[in-house]
Every structure is written in C-alpha cells, then in structure tokens.
Design a binder for this molecule. Structure first.
Ligand code: PMV
Length: 345
C-alpha cells in the first residue's frame, strides 16, 4: 500500500564545466559531450512534502527560504510536464516544494543546476517510498540525473562527483546524452580537492537566458566546428587528468571558457555576457601566472562571474592573490570559496 503522504529532503550542489555544453536538440539532449567538477559549498536544499489527492492535473506550491515564490512555478510546471511520463505519480499527489540556496539568491550564480538536481533526487526518493520494490543505488542516481537533465541540462552533472561526463563520446563508452556518468578514468592527485573561488562580478539577472543561448546554436555559423572542438577537448583532457599536467589542463579549460563566449559573440543576434571587470580579472590571472609560475586559471559560465580554479597545494598563495588583487573587481567585493565535492546527499 503506497503512503498517503510523506516528506523527503535532498541537498544537491552546483557544478562547473571544464568542457562546456552549449547547444542542444530534442528533449534537452546535448550536441556535444561535456565534463564538470561537482562543487561542494554552492548547493540547494530541497524538501518536498506530498499528499495524495483525487483531482486531475499538477498541484504544487514552491517556497524559497520559507516564502511562497510564484515566480518559480512556471519553470516547475514545465519540468513536471517534461518528466511526468517517467514519474507518473506526479498527478496523483499535491506537493509542497521548499527550497533554499547556500549562496545569495541574486548572486548571479545559476541555481538551476543545484535546484533541479535536488528536486529530481526528491522525486526519486518519493518514487522509492511509493514502490514496493528495491531501487538499486546505481539506478537511483542515473534516473535522478535523467530527470534533472529535463529540468536544466547541466543539472544532470550535479548528482555525483567529483568529475561527471554528460554526452556521448567515443572514448567514454558509458557516456550518454541521457544522463551524467562519473568520469571513469584515473585522476591524478593534483586534481584532488581542486579549489574554485567564484568572483561575483555582476549579480544581476542575465540579459540572455541559457535557453535562448542554446537555441542560437541552431543556425550558428560555427556550430559544427564548436561541437567537434568540445569533443576533442574532452579527448585531450583524458591524458591530462591522468598525468596531472596542470599547464595542459589550464590551456584546455581557459580555451573552453573563451570558446563558449566566442559562440555568444558570433551568434545572431550576438550578445556579450562578460563585463569589463571579467576581462580585468582574466588579465590579472595571466599576469600572476607569468610572475609566479602559479597554476591558477579561470573558467566562465554563461555570465560575467569568474571561477578561479587552482590546486589545493596553492591555496595560501592564490587566496592571498585573490584577496589583494581580484576582489576589487567584484560587486561589493563579494566572492564564494568552493572546492570539488561528491554530489547530492
Ligand atoms: O543547463 P543550462 O541549460 O542552464 O546550460 C548551461 C550551460 C553552461 O553552464 C553555460 C555550460 C555548462 O556546460 O555548464
């Protein structure tokens, strides 16, 4: 007998792509393979309470930090419509979704990866509690990732850690367009507990949503070359992750960030998400590397904020550099210190 009601809770992190996903087809399927570090401190906590109901249709309310957030509801409605075929119990229950982020709401950090993956895990937990059969752990994470993907593509890379691949790739047999899988090869200890300090350059709403951005890849003059380049960059990263060659790592990761933004600069309509301070920070990082031999580098998401990546061994050196030279370019001096983590819990 399925329970009439209950409550489940999950916490899920954000992730930062090393090889970027930009361009999709069909039901949120990626045009190229991508790989990301799962983060740790930037996460969303979600509680879902459910109560059996008789009426037809979806019935849910969303609360952010304890306050009803109607602005989120169209996005959740769309998510429910997309996933209903895979979690058919959705229409038989009324849901109260309570969510909160560890990072400031208007920080310009996308909460969609952590938020959608936390919600997907909650739905899987409910599915588990409703069924009278065991769900193997491996199946749980795959299906949670599959559902998260339908909420926000990159969210499928937030269920596990520390490195997750999403999208078919000739050298990674288990990789699929349907969900993220743990990176299957050896990773050098240089990448253990890798640090990511996120510099909050611009905290406003993005001028161009990632949905619009992905769609602009459809008639993009460089689309095919870009998808090929991303797959090649993932191929190049495999031996680099194994050997721990940080110079090679930097050249792949920084080039990926700039290529992502190059797609935005060359689409129609074209747009620029970087701000002058984004470029200031990039130049300071390059100067600092030249002066000190440090292996600090940057990557970017679809926004102006800069993710400063560095090995744990350089924590003291780079933290000092960030505080003395880079935080002056952040809005109100704000930044978030994060590091690689292990996924949803
Ligand atoms: O998950 P979406 O649809 O918001 O796409 C985000 C894509 C990037 O963050 C720009 C890159 C990536 O691979 O995470």
């Amino acid at each position: 007998q399925s329970p009439e009601n209950g409550k489940v809770s999950w916490q899920s992190p954000s992730n930062i792509a090393l090889v970027k996903y930009w361009g999709k087809y069909g039901e949120q399927l990626p045009k190229n393979a991508s790989i990301s570090f799962t983060l740790s401190n930037c996460h969303t906590k979600t509680n879902v309470s459910f109560q059996k109901k008789e009426s037809e249709g979806f019935d849910f309310e969303v609360y952010l930090d304890g306050k009803r957030e109607k602005g989120f509801e169209p996005k959740i409605q769309k998510f429910f419509e997309r996933v209903e075929a895979y979690v058919p119990f959705l229409k038989n229950y009324q849901f109260k979704i309570e969510t909160s982020n560890s990072f400031p709401h208007s920080s310009g950090i996308a909460s969609s990866a952590s938020g959608m993956s936390a919600l997907a895990c909650c739905l899987m937990e409910i599915e588990k509690s409703l069924g009278d059969f065991e769900i193997p752990e491996d199946f749980f994470s795959k299906k949670a990732s599959f559902l998260a993907r339908l909420g926000s593509g990159s969210a499928c890379r937030s269920i596990e850690g520390p490195l997750v691949v999403w999208g078919e790739h000739p050298q990674i047999g288990k990789a699929t367009n349907l969900y993220g899988v743990p990176y299957p090869y050896t990773v050098h200890k240089n990448f253990e507990n890798y640090q990511d300090t996120i510099l909050l350059v611009d905290k406003g709403e993005k001028q161009v949503s990632s949905t619009v951005g992905h769609n602009l890849m459809h008639n993009h003059p460089f689309a095919e070359q870009r998808f090929e380049q991303a797959n090649e960059n993932l191929s190049k990263l495999i031996p680099v992750l194994k050997s721990g060659n940080l110079s090679e790592f930097i050249s792949i990761v920084e080039s990926e960030a700039l290529s992502l933004h190059a797609m935005m600069l060359t689409s129609h309509p074209y747009f620029i998400l970087m701000k002058p301070n984004t470029l200031e920070i990039i130049n300071r990082i390059w100067d600092f590397r030249k002066e000190t031999g440090s292996k600090v580098c940057f990557t970017l998401d679809a926004g102006a904020n800069v993710h400063v990546l560095f090995p744990e061994a350089e924590k003291v050196l780079v933290s000092e550099f960030i505080k003395t030279q880079l935080t002056q370019f952040c809005k109100n001096g704000e930044f978030i210190e994060d590091s690689v983590g292990f996924g949803a819990q």
